[in-house]
Design a protein around this ligand. Structure first.
Ligand SMILES: [Zn+2]
Length: 286
């Protein structure tokens, strides 16, 4: 297999987290001045892996390619460290890894760092996230424009505006998300965690399904959130080309997703399943 060369039926995981060894070795230090990072990773039981750990897990699970994403660090030096590490990771594993650069969009250095990272050869932006507020659509809009100019996908953290609370669940609104989408129709936007349920509104008779023309959903963390039928509903309402398997690894292994997305309750045809497990992702990012 060559980089950028796919065959049908590949397994592609569009949502994995890897961290530089320095962060894994001293996560306490990186919690300082980084409340979102601390909220998720101060807990020593919150798993972290580096690129080698991810590729080893991919080998064990039969995953051909993974998209590895960064973290929305508040401090520029942390973002640079992480984005540089992602670049090294994709260089070391060009057939196995794609890398998405991450910044904290409202930071005054965000555009500079995002442009630098794309210039290094990273394949897109993500997982851009606001973990303690609604989406800041002004600063995210600039990132959407950059991604559209680069013809690169932007993976955005979204979550349900209702339901049970968990670490990393943001007080985000579907109105802000929909406003961002409609203001940036040229941006290839991947909405993590089933898009916060936005796909339901693709059933509306007017506007929404057109507005979602360049929007995809990933399944990250969905086994903790949704009954498997949600995958079938997303495919039915948004289209079979829109669902992307993302694992949030090391949160959960890919095998868990393959079981649930392929389950009778999900109700996907074999063709739809192959699209969700990799073929859709292959079309989105070569
Ligand atoms: Zn997320």
């Amino acid at each position: 297999m060559q980089a950028g060369c796919y065959s049908a039926g590949m397994i592609i995981d569009v949502h994995t987290h890897i961290f530089p060894p320095q962060v894994m070795a001293d996560r306490e230090r990186f919690c300082q001045g980084e409340p979102a990072f601390a909220a998720i990773y101060q807990n020593p039981d919150a798993p972290m892996v580096d690129a080698e750990g991810l590729v080893g897990a991919m080998d064990g699970e039969g995953v051909d390619i993974s998209w590895a994403v960064g973290f929305p660090w508040i401090r520029e030096e942390n973002a640079r460290l992480h984005n540089d590490y992602l670049q090294q990771a994709i260089q070391a594993h060009p057939k196995r890894l794609r890398g998405l650069a991450c910044v904290h969009p409202p930071a005054d250095w965000a555009m500079r760092e995002a442009e630098r990272s794309l210039g290094l050869g990273l394949h897109g932006l993500g997982e851009l996230a606001f973990y303690d507020s609604d989406l800041d659509t002004a600063s995210l809009g600039a990132m959407c424009d950059l991604a559209a100019e680069a013809d690169a996908p932007l993976l955005l953290h979204t979550n349900e505006p209702v339901g049970h609370q968990y670490p990393g669940k943001a007080p985000m609104t579907l109105a802000a998300l929909y406003g961002l989408i409609t203001a940036h129709p040229a941006t290839k936007l991947v909405l993590a965690h089933m898009g916060g349920g936005l796909f339901f509104y693709a059933a509306l008779k007017r506007e929404v399904s057109d507005a979602l023309a360049k929007v995809w959903l990933d399944t990250a963390a969905a086994p903790f959130l949704y009954r498997p039928r949600a995958y079938g509903l997303a495919v039915e309402l948004m289209g079979e080309d829109k669902l992307l398997m993302g694992s949030d690894y090391p949160l959960l292994p890919v095998s868990r997703y393959r079981r649930e997305i392929g389950s009778p309750e999900a109700g996907l045809s074999p063709e739809q399943l192959a699209l969700a497990l990799g073929d859709n992702a292959a079309r989105l990012l070569a």
